[in-house]
Design a protein around this ligand. Structure first.
Ligand code: SF4
Ligand code: SF4
Length: 208
């Protein structure tokens, strides 16, 4: 059954926890350039053709690049379909939906999220989601090779309001940090925060 995409105005927030569900559930279509880059780097066993269209190969119902719950294909080699998921961004629509309209700069885009990701939370959109996450999805739509901060598993801390009521203001890395993302940040001069919250028995939280 095809899931209907949700207009962004119905979504409270979203973040990727690297659960790996989308990598098992969906076939990943490739552009001609992505197909060529992957074949030249890994060989043609990592791709397949279906009705003449290229996709990533799946093995035992999972993407061939899925390692545990994490993607082993990062940076510019990661297909656009994976980088943009669960977002869908359009420049125009035949029947424009007000709920999906998002003005960015001088242009109007139509932004949706797939309910196929369990981290898509319904409700009134949170400010950081509107100001940080959706604009990055639009930027990625306009420039497919840009580096990502929000549209990936979080090696960077989420804004404080995301953790409201958790216990303190220390920046946190969510549980499933992609080691590859951390290495990427290190090699690009960034400083990944490796602190993790450990809840003590008395309910307080310590950085570990
Ligand atoms: S996008 Fe959603 S379904 Fe895919 S790995 Fe991230 S949290 Fe899981
Ligand atoms: S390339 Fe990575 S993100 Fe995309 S489906 Fe495969 S494992 Fe998941």
């Amino acid at each position: 059954m095809r899931l209907r995409y949700l207009p962004w105005r119905r979504v409270k927030s979203w973040r990727c926890t690297a659960c790996g569900e989308c990598c098992s559930r969906y076939a990943v279509p490739l552009s001609a350039g992505e197909y060529a880059r992957l074949v030249s780097r890994f060989g043609d066993w990592v791709v397949r053709l279906k009705l003449g269209r290229p996709y990533l190969r799946r093995v035992s119902g999972r993407c061939v690049f899925l390692s545990g719950r994490l993607c082993s294909l990062q940076g510019s080699l990661k297909p656009y379909a994976c980088r943009i998921f669960p977002f869908l961004v359009r420049d125009r629509e035949k029947k424009p939906r007000k709920e999906a309209e998002f003005w960015y700069g001088q242009s109007c885009f139509y932004v949706y999220l797939s309910p196929g990701c369990g981290e898509v939370r319904l409700g009134t959109p949170e400010r950081w989601f509107v100001e940080q996450v959706i604009p990055e999805a639009i930027e990625l739509h306009l420039n497919r090779s840009m580096p990502l901060r929000w549209l990936t598993s979080q090696a960077a801390p989420l804004p404080p309001e995301h953790y409201a009521g958790v216990g303190d203001d220390a920046p946190v890395v969510p549980r499933y940090v992609s080691a590859v993302s951390v290495l990427e940040q290190l090699s690009s001069g960034g400083t990944p925060l490796l602190r993790r919250r450990n809840r003590r028995r008395d309910g307080t939280v310590a950085a570990g």
